[in-house]
Each structure stands twice: as structure tokens, then as C-alpha cells.
Ligand binder design. Sequence first.
Ligand SMILES: Cc1cc2nc3c(=O)[nH]c(=O)nc-3n(C[C@H](O)[C@H](O)[C@H](O)COP(=O)(O)OP(=O)(O)OC[C@H]3O[C@@H](n4cnc5c(N)ncnc54)[C@H](O)[C@@H]3O)c2cc1C
Length: 430
Amino acid sequence: MNTTVDVAIVGAGPYGLSLGAYLKAANVSFRIFGVPMDTWRRHMPAGMLLKSDGFASNLADPGGQLTLEKFSSDRELPYHHTRIPVPLDTFIAYGLEFQKRFLPELDQRQVTGVRREGEGFRLELEDGAGVGARRVVLAVGITHFAYTPPEFEGLPAEFVSHSSCHRDMERFRGKRVVVVGAGASAVDLSALLHEAGALVTLVARRSAIAFNEGPGNKERTLWDRMRNPASGLGSSWSSWFFCNAPDLFRALPQQTRVNIVRKYLGPAPGWPMRERVLGKFPMHLGSKDIQASVLGKGLSVRFKDPDGKAVESVADHLILATGYRVDVRKLRFLDEGLRSSLRTVESSPALSRNFESSVSGLYFVGLAAANTFGPVLRFAFGADFTAKRLAAHLASSALAGSHAVESEPRLEEAACVAPAGAGSPGGGRS
Ligand SMILES: Cc1cc2nc3c(=O)[nH]c(=O)nc-3n(C[C@H](O)[C@H](O)[C@H](O)COP(=O)(O)OP(=O)(O)OC[C@H]3O[C@@H](n4cnc5c(N)ncnc54)[C@H](O)[C@@H]3O)c2cc1C
């Protein structure tokens, strides 16, 4: 039997899981695909601490039944809304528990193809099976969008890799590793590499590392709170605006939105990292013209210091902590026809107030929606707004009866062959 559902969610990270919990409560017929919390389990360094506060690290369910606070209290794990950083392992365990509780039916297969079929879509799965869906929500997160600056393209993967490729730092024990970048990924990775016994050098164009401010030991006064109101993205009026008014953000001129998303919180290392990195290993901040080339069994990394003096660092490996840039062309599992008919703004999909792209029935959430709704969509904190808004929209336009529609089996389902040009499962994986 070939099942057609009303909604297919691709991706089971914080956004996909939150949306699934809301759709289920709204009795919408849907399926959700992907390995739960995969980005956090395989593409972030073990031992990392979240930058978001505890209260801002929730997945969203309609009754608020499973917050991180509730999960932590049930397991007697340390928790505080702002004062105790959330360990990566705790957040992963929380996400997995959320999935088991609200979405035990999650289908862990990768979606390797999405194409138009009639008024809806056809999804192809990694084992060649097919699923029809009237609407598709791409909650595919960040890994497809790992960004390599052009000057480092083409260098052998043995010597140069993106920060998203690294979970385990042990393999670098005793090795010379240059980390490029001064954002959260660069700083977290450098600290963890150093602590794992690697000989780390950090090289960055930025002249200083902008650590997030810690919560401090004192209660915030009324004056502090008025000047810099607390929000899920930190304490400031701009952060407060981004957290509380994504619709107003969407009304800003297009170029203003794009500029804000590019620069805002760009992404700052968490305050606990300060003492784990400053003075612990060499840092070349304010560097220019950073380049690398293979040198025997290693790499020569060359750059100019702030005075223009040439500096060379010889390394066994170079890690590019150069972030993520949305580019819909990188979603290779999307059929070429769909990709080319997407209206984009600087390679991000242009979206309606209901997260719908210019391809009717195709929705984007998470990082890919940040240029539309603002920086909050780059963080788990934006999942609540997203799940509420999108689930209400999908429910209001759901098929009558909202149950899965059974249709005749399709011949091509028998063939367990991945479609030509399908993206690799979980694109961007190491
Ligand atoms: C080093 C680092 C630290 C971060 N720290 C924080 C933090 O402290 N707090 C915070 O809020 N945010 C943090 N972020 C941002 C974080 O990535 C996002 O908040 C979060 O991942 C958004 O959730 P998501 O569901 O959109 O994406 P993801 O968590 O990336 O989930 C998307 C899922 O989709 C799956 N997927 C992709 N393609 C397919 C496919 N074809 N078929 C099936 N499944 C697919 C992926 O495997 C993945 O599991 C950090 C990011 C990085 C890189």
C-alpha cells in the first residue's frame, strides 16, 4: 500500500521535533523523517556546553510538558534558567526523550529525494521506498550549509576539514592543529582540542573574541533589566525584539534583515569558555590573508599579523570553524526543478508569514528561515514560535478528516535504487 500523508517533516532536530509535537496535538496527518538530534550527536564537539541559557534551550510541545527544566529535575541533573550552562550530552538526552515521548513513530530513514508529484510531493527514502505528501516541511537544520571559504576549497580532506566534521577530539592528541575562526565553534573546538592534548593555534581575522556576557553573581537590578531586558538570545533590547517580534522583523526591509542576521550575535562564544582559552594556547587575532597549502605530510598555514608581518604556522591539520551559510542549491536531495523554482534572497528561500516558500506547499524552518524571521530562528529558542505558527497554518488547511490517505502502490516503489543526483544522507556529514 502506498500512503500519502498531509505533511512530511524532513529532519528531527529541535525544529522538526517541536513541529511534530504540535501537529500531533492538532491531529494533522504527518510523518517525520531523520535521525533524532543528529546534528547535536554527530556534528558538535563532545564536551561542548550550550551557549543558550537553560530556559532558552527547550523543544516546544503544546502543553509545555517536557521542558529542559522538567527533564533535568526528573533525572536530578543540575539546572538553572541562566546560571548553569547546559552540557551537550544533557541537551541530546533531552531531545531524545522528547522524541520518544511525543514522536515514537519517527522514521529514522534519510530523505534522499523530494520532487513534485501532481499537486503534492514525492519523497524518496534512503532504501528506495517512496512516500507521497501534500505538503513538505524542510527542518533540515545546519549541516547542509557548512561554509568553506573559497581560498580553502580543493585542499585534501585529510588535512583540512570543517568544524562540523568533528565530534571526538582524541584523534588530534599530540597533533598540531590550526583552527581558523573566532566564533563559538572555533573557541569551543580550540578549548576541547587543547584539553585533549592537541597543540592548538587559533588564527582569525577578528581582532578580539566577543564572549557572551556571563550571568554575574548579583541579581540584576530593575535599572539593569530596563536598560537590557532579558531574552532567549541574551540581555539587550535588540535581542528582546528579535525574540518577541519575529513578525515585525519580517516587515523590515529585505536588505536590513539580511544584514542583521549576518552580523547579529555573530555567533559569540559562551562566557564559560573565557577561562578555558585565554592564555592557554597561541591566538593570532586580527590576521589577514589567511592561506594554506600542503607541505610534505602536513600543511603550511600563512597569514599576515595586524602589522602586516608575514607569519607561518606548520600544522598537521587545519579546522575551518567558518560557520554556516544558507544556500538552497546545496539541498541536493531537492529535485533540480524545485530548487530552481524557489525564489531566494541571497540564496535563502523567500518565505511567507507561514514559512511557505515560493513553491506552494514547500516550507522551510530553522536557519533557512532566519533571513525572514530573524536571528532567533538560528537557535532552538525559535522553535516555539515556529511550531505554533506553522502547525496552526497546516492544521487550518489540513485535509478534511486529517488521516493518512491510502492510494494504489506505485511501480517505482519496488526499485530500491537511490535516485540519480540525490543528496547524500544527512548531507554535510563527516
Ligand atoms: C557548534 C554549535 C553550537 C551551537 N550551540 C547552540 C546553542 O547553545 N543553543 C542553540 O539554541 N543553538 C545552538 N546552535 C545552533 C543549532 O544548530 C540550532 O539551534 C539547532 O540545531 C536548530 O535546530 P534544527 O532542528 O533547525 O536543526 P538541526 O539540529 O541541524 O536538525 C536538523 C536535522 O535534520 C536532519 N536532516 C537533514 N537533512 C535530512 C534529510 N535529507 N533527511 C532526513 N533528515 C535530514 C539532520 O540530520 C538533523 O538531525 C549551535 C550550532 C553550532 C554549530
